[in-house]
Ligand binder design. Structure first.
Ligand code: SF4
Length: 310
């Protein structure tokens, strides 16, 4: 039997649901405090929501019809899958509680949906919202996905995240205290971060009670403020080639707690939007395969250096 050298999130889903599940992205019409002027109007310097929205996702359509279309798309290929409504676009806890309840309930009332996954900023949850989600999670599957992005405040400032790592620690701790499943998202290669800084994320994230970690390489996309910053300060950006990135991910996994499931290592934006890096159109699953291969070649595994490094 092939040795398991890291913990893929699919194992957790299999344990929870007994079968493969598919997330259906939706745009539930939220905005973001980092765009609407509450914290800033510019948003995070890398942000462009159209880079991660499938064709059926549109705030002009109801939540139910986005789910219908998304499920229709996947059901043709995979008949027996179950579905999770993925509140993905913008900040999906950024509204008064009654509005949140109505949107989440609309998704949960779809006959093929078995739960919700809510993507949000760590500064956009509070005790009341978390209490409600904890209550809801006793009746259905609920997961919160926090955009942590970096564990270094200087980096968060540089990319105008407009929240701190301490705010992420608060949100994650309070979410875990209520028994709600959660994932954290990190971007690998934000400007100004060294290789050592990136490896230190693995050590700091391991100390937090997250269930799943989502990683992806920084992609500099056309039309973003980061694209301009990159033009002016390209020396601050580490653009890994694919082999360097694979090596980095193996080093990262070695320092990460073996308790944490990994959802993914990379992201694929539409090719014509990417300024850098270009990895010859390699798909996420191909890069994951390379990481698995490299773990085996180096005879190493997730968590091998974890205790030693903290
Ligand atoms: S928090 Fe998310 S939606 Fe808001 S500006 Fe940043 S990346 Fe964009």
């Amino acid at each position: 039997m092939k040795a398991v050298r890291y913990r893929p999130a699919r194992e957790l889903y299999k344990k929870l649901f007994g079968q493969r599940v598919q997330k259906i992205s939706i745009d539930a019409g939220f905005t973001c405090p980092n765009r609407d002027g509450t914290l800033s109007t510019g948003g995070c310097t890398y942000c462009i929501n159209s880079s991660f929205t499938p064709y059926y996702v549109s705030r002009q359509k109801s939540i139910s019809s986005q789910l219908d279309e998304g499920i229709d798309f996947f059901a043709k290929k995979y008949k027996s899958w179950k579905y999770i409504a993925y509140f993905q676009a913008y900040t999906n806890t950024y509204a008064p509680l009654p509005v949140l309840k109505q949107k989440y309930q609309e998704a949960l009332s779809h006959p093929d949906v078995i739960g919700i996954d809510i993507s949000t900023r760590p500064d956009c949850v509070d005790e009341q919202k978390l209490d409600y989600l904890a209550e809801l999670s006793k009746r259905t599957f609920v997961m919160i996905e926090y955009g942590v992005e970096s564990t270094i405040n200087k980096t968060l400032d540089r990319v105008n995240r407009a929240h701190t790592f301490e705010q992420a620690i608060w949100a994650i701790t309070e979410t875990a205290r209520r028994g709600i499943l959660q994932s954290a998202h990190l971007i690998i290669g934000l400007p100004g971060e060294s290789r050592q800084d990136i490896l230190s994320h693995a050590e700091k994230i391991s100390l937090l009670p997250i269930n799943i970690l989502k990683l992806h390489q920084l992609q500099i996309l056309r039309g973003t403020r980061m694209a301009k910053d990159f033009e002016q300060h390209s020396e601050d950006y580490k653009l890994w080639d694919i082999d360097q990135y694979v090596e980095l991910m193996v080093d990262f996994l070695e320092r990460l707690s073996p308790r944490i499931y990994i959802d993914r290592f990379t992201n694929e934006s539409p090719k014509d939007m990417i300024i850098a890096p270009h990895w010859n159109g390699l798909k996420n699953f191909e890069i994951t395969h390379k990481i698995e291969q490299r773990l085996a070649e180096r005879h190493t595994w997730q968590g091998r250096l974890w205790k030693k490094s903290i």
